[in-house]
Design a protein around this ligand. Structure first.
Ligand code: 13P
Length: 340
């Protein structure tokens, strides 16, 4: 298969009406944090048990087209001995892989971070592809303060994202490009708009410089929202409207899909906001979907509590959130549906 046909096929399987992506790619420290909240020790075995539970959820493929995995998961198996990426594939879900190595402070840009992991990336990707991964994810983060992100931070992060995306495409792997503007802080929704617009403008400029074909990427952005501690809150219609204006200004129409991160929104908020966007989007050139981690998994962890006898309830919780977000993909979700 030529690289281009391979990329095209992955996009076709990933960007599907009514479906979105499950982000289950927490690094070891993040997974430990999630497990500590439910009094479960994070070990290779507990992570395997939990992620097996997620992927074997009956019917998950009705609403989930792709799953982002962490490196360790690619080689793990269910109790009955089936490799987890294979479990995903058998559900009609494309396996993907988080490939960045987290952030460090960016020198001479106080308060900004930069993501690590470009060294040896091509070799690692080739190995992940052999293990079944067809797409990858890389996250850059931007905090908002009166001085951040700096222009240096915006440019350096964009450059790294574009280099990652170019390496992925050269190997026939679809890159998810994730510039996450963080929710923390007391900034206004207008400030979030201004920062996100500058960030995405730099990202698409860098993608162009590096020859990345935007037809074969998925953008994973944050929504335009006020900071968590902001005085003035925003309703879903305002969030949807501002996010759509910003995306129309920044994102080429050739891009197939935009899959939002949840970033600390509650599961209900993330679903409601996505729904409002799809209800308002009209003839937007891209699919507006989800790539949620916490907003899909929080209720699952709560139901599971590390107890095998709770597995069924945990899977029901995942299926429910996936289904509700599936409805939000069509703008058909309502708060009433939470009670079903
Ligand atoms: P959240 O939806 O929990 O923000 O996670 C998505 C993700 O993959 C962050 O990189």
């Amino acid at each position: 298969m030529s690289i281009q046909i391979e990329l095209q096929a992955t996009i076709a399987d990933l960007v599907v009406k009514g479906k979105g992506i499950l982000a289950a790619d927490e690094s070891h420290p993040t997974m430990a944090k999630r497990f500590t909240a439910i009094n479960v020790e994070s070990t290779e075995e507990s992570r395997r048990a939990y992620r097996s539970l997620l992927l074997t959820t009956p019917g998950l493929g009705e609403f989930i087209s792709g799953v982002i995995l962490f490196e360790e998961t690619l080689g793990q198996k269910t109790d009955s001995g089936k490799l987890l990426p294979r479990v995903a594939t058998d559900q009609g879900i494309v396996p993907g892989i988080k490939v960045d190595k987290g952030t460090l402070p960016l020198a001479n840009a106080s308060g900004d971070l930069i993501t690590q992991g470009l060294d040896g990336l091509a070799e690692r990707l080739a190995g992940y592809k052999e293990q079944g991964a067809r797409f990858a994810k890389w996250r850059e983060v931007y905090s908002i303060s009166p001085h951040n992100p700096t222009q240096l931070g915006i440019d350096a992060n964009a450059e790294v994202l574009a280099r990652y995306a170019a390496i992925c495409q050269a190997l026939g792997i679809v890159p998810i490009v994730e510039p996450e503007v963080l929710l923390d802080g007391d900034h206004t929704i207008e400030r979030c708009f201004e920062v996100t617009e500058a960030v995405q403008h730099a990202v698409f400029h860098a993608l162009h410089r590096h020859g990345v074909e935007v037809e074969y990427i998925v953008l994973k952005p944050s929504m335009i929202v006020p900071g968590k501690a902001a005085q003035r809150k925003a309703n879903p219609e305002e969030i949807a409207e501002k996010t759509l204006v910003q995306l129309r200004r920044s994102v080429p129409a050739a891009m197939p899909g935009i899959n939002f991160l949840s970033g600390g929104q509650t599961p209900e908020e993330a679903t409601t906001n996505l729904n409002a966007m799809n209800a308002m989007a009209g003839n937007a050139p891209w699919e507006l979907s989800f790539s949620y981690g916490r907003a899909l998994q929080q209720p699952v962890l709560q139901a599971w509590q590390g107890q095998p006898e709770n597995s069924k309830a945990a899977q029901n919780a995942l299926y429910k959130r996936a289904k509700l977000n599936g409805a939000a993909r069509h703008g058909n979700y309502s708060a009433e549906m939470e009670k079903e």
